[in-house]
Write a protein that binds this ligand. Structure first.
Ligand code: B12
Ligand code: SF4
Length: 436
C-alpha cells in the first residue's frame, strides 16, 4: 500500500529560519513501518515552492496522512480536488483533534484524535480487500458522506479511543531515514548541524491558554528509542539538538536517564521547561550533559495574571530558576504572552521592565485563543471569535507578520496597539542583547 505523509506549509517561521522537522509525521511513519506498511513517501511543503499538493498527487498514494496545527493547516479542498475520490485523506495533529468537524467539512475523510501512531497503523490494517473500503477505527471521526468509508450513522461519528500507556518506547525510531536530514539541519544558531528529537509528549499541566494536553495523555519516549534516534542523527552529522518536550524537567528520574544518554552522545542541546520544575540538582545534571539553554514560561510579569492562568508560574519561581541555571552557565530564554485576561498597559510595562532588568531574551506572542482551551471558551462567550476560516487565516497572517500587527480577538483591557508595540519592543530588545 502506498502511503503519502504530508506536512503542510507553515506560516510560522522560527527566527533563525530553521525548517522544523515534523516530529508527529515522523512518529506516524515509524508506526506504519512497524505495522508492516513501509511504502511511504514524505511530502513536506516547507521544503517546496508550492503547497505540495501536486507532489502528493504524483506520488499516486492509496492513502494520504496529513498533520494539522495552528499556522499549518492542510489545503484539504485542493487535495480533495486533485486526488481520486477513493483515496482517503486522513488528518491528525493538535488542530485536527480540536476541530474535527472543520477538517471533515474542508475535505478530510477521517480525523484522528490525539496520539496517532496506533490509530494510523490500525487504519492501514483496517482496509477490507474485497470492498476496497476503510472501516471505522476507534480514535477517529468521519463523515457519512465519505463514500470510501463504511458508515454506521448519519453525520459526524466520533469513536472513543483508549488512553495511551507510558513510556511509549519505539515511537519515532525508524522514521528519520525517510526524511532529507540536510534540509532540517541547516540555519541552527550555533552554526552546527541541528535537529529536533522528541522526548516527551503532551503535558500534565493545565494553563488556561494552552492546548498542551491535546494528545489525550502524557508520556515519555523510552530511553532506548531516544538513544537509537540520537545514534542515527549523529551518523548523519548532527551536532546540536532541540529535545522537544513541553516540560523537559517535569520528572527528575526521566531527566536523569535522558541526560545520561545525551551526555554519552556528546552533543550540545537545549530544552523547554517550567520554572517550578528546576532545582539545584536538575540544573547541575543539565549542565553536565551538554545542555546549553533552557527556555522557561514567564508569560507575564504580573503574578495576578499568571496565578489566574496557571497555579504554578510566577516571578519568584522564575527568578529562582534563572539564578540556579545561570550559576551553571546555562543560558535562559523565556516565553512571554501579551494579552492574557487581566492584561493592562501597566502590566505590559511591568513585563517589559522585567525582561530588561533581568537581561532576558524572550519569545513573544500576542494571545490567540486556541480551540478547546479555557481561554477559547471565554473568548467564545464574549463573542469575539470570528468565523472559523477567517480566524485561522488571521492566525496565519499574524505569524507571517512577525507575531505583531494583526489584531487578535481581545479578551484583555489593553488596546491592540499596546500589544503590537510590546511584541516589537521584545524583538528590538532581543537584537540589543544579541549585540546585533
Ligand atoms: C515541541 C513543540 C513545538 C516545536 C516543534 C514541534 C514539531 N516540529 O513537531 C516548535 C517550537 C517548532 C513549535 C512551534 C509551534 N507550536 Co508547538 N508545541 C510543541 C509541544 C511542546 C510538543 C509537540 C511535539 O513535538 N509532540 C510530539 C509529537 C510526536 O507529537 P505531535 O506532533 O502532536 O504528533 C502526534 C499527534 O498529534 C498525531 N499526529 C500528528 N500528525 C499526524 C498526522 C496523521 C496522519 C495522524 C494519523 C496523526 C498525527 O500523532 C502524532 C504521534 O502521536 C506542544 C505542546 C505539548 N505539551 O505537547 C506544542 C503545541 C503542539 N504547539 C502549539 C503551537 C500553537 C505552536 C506555534 C503556533 C507557536 C506559537 N507561537 O504559539 C508554532 C506552530 C508551528 C507550526 N504550525 O509550524 C500548540 C498547538 C495548538 C493547536 N491546536 O494547533 C501546542 C499544543 C502548544 C499550545 N500552545 O497549545 N512547537
Ligand atoms: S504552557 Fe507549558 S506547562 Fe502550561 S499546559 Fe502548556 S505545555 Fe503545559
Amino acid at each position: 500500500m502506498r502511503i503519502t505523509l504530508y506536512n503542510p506549509k507553515t506560516a510560522y517561521r522560527s527566527q533563525a529560519g530553521i525548517n522544523n522537522f515534523p516530529l508527529g509525521l515522523a512518529a506516524v511513519a515509524a508506526a506504519s513501518i512497524d505495522a508492516g506498511f513501509p511504502e511511504i513517501t514524505i511530502v513536506d511543503a516547507n521544503l517546496l515552492d508550492g503547497e505540495g499538493v501536486i507532489e502528493v498527487a504524483s506520488s499516486q498514494p492509496d492513502i494520504v496522512g496529513a498533520t494539522s496545527w495552528l499556522g499549518a493547516i492542510p489545503p484539504l479542498q485542493e487535495l480533495r480536488k486533485i486526488l481520486p475520490r477513493n483515496t482517503p485523506v486522513v488528518v491528525g495533529g493538535p488542530l485536527a483533534t480540536a476541530l474535527p468537524e472543520y477538517h471533515l467539512e474542508e475535505g478530510a475523510d477521517l480525523v484522528v484524535f490525539g496520539e496517532g501512531t496506533a490509530t494510523f497503523a490500525e487504519i492501514l490494517s483496517s482496509r477490507n480487500p474485497n470492498l476496497s473500503r476503510w472501516k471505522a477505527v476507534p480514535g477517529t471521526a468521519y463523515c457519512c458522506q465519505a463514500s470510501s468509508l463504511t458508515t454506521p450513522k448519519e453525520g459526524m461519528v466520533r469513536l472513543t479511543k483508549v488512553a495511551v500507556d507510558q513510556p511509549h518506547s519505539g515511537l519515532l525510531t525508524a522514521a528519520y531515514p525517510l526524511f532529507d536530514i540536510d534540509s532540517y539541519a541547516k540555519n541552527w544558531p550555533s552554526g552546527k548541524r541541528g535537529m529536533l528529537v522528541a522526548d516527551q509528549c503532551g503535558c500534565r499541566h493545565r494553563c488556561s491558554f494552552c492546548a498542551g494536553n491535546y494528545l489525550g495523555g502524557t508520556w515519555e519516549i523510552g530511553p532506548s528509542a531516544l538513544a537509537q534516534n540520537i545514534d542515527y542523527l549523529k551518523r548523519e552529522g548532527i551536532e546540536s539538538l532541540y529535545v522537544a518536550a513541553a516540560t523537559f524537567t517535569d520528572r527528575p528520574e526521566h531527566v536523569l536517564s535522558t541526560c545520561h544518554i545525551l551526555a554519552e552522545a556528546e552533543l550540545e542541546w537545549f530544552c523547554e521547561s517550567r520554572a517550578d520544575r528546576i532545582s539545584a540538582d536538575i540544573a547541575a545534571v543539565l549542565a553536565g550533559s551538554g545542555c546549553y539553554k533552557v527556555m522557561l514560561g514567564l508569560e507575564s510579569a504580573s503574578d495576578e495574571i499568571t496565578t489566574r492562568m496557571s497555579g504554578g508560574k510566577g516571578k519568584e519561581k522564575l527568578l529562582r530558576a534563572i539564578d540556579l541555571l545561570r550559576r551553571h552557565n546555562l543560558g535562559v530564554e523565556v516565553f512571554v504572552l501579551f494579552g492574557l485576561p487581566g492584561e493592562t498597559e501597566t502590566s505590559i510595562k511591568d513585563t517589559i521592565g522585567f525582561l530588561e532588568c533581568n537581561q532576558l531574551i524572550a519569545s513573544p506572542n500576542v494571545l490567540f485563543p486556541i480551540p478547546t482551551t479555557p481561554i477559547w471558551e471565554m473568548a467564545k462567550q464574549k463573542g469575539v471569535i470570528p468565523p472559523l476560516r477567517e480566524y485561522l487565516e488571521r492566525i496565519n497572517e499574524y505569524f507571517r507578520q512577525n507575531r505583531a500587527f494583526v489584531p487578535m480577538p481581545g479578551i484583555c483591557d489593553a488596546p491592540d496597539e499596546a500589544l503590537t508595540q510590546a511584541v516589537e519592543w521584545v524583538w528590538a530588545h532581543n537584537a540589543r542583547l544579541k549585540g546585533k
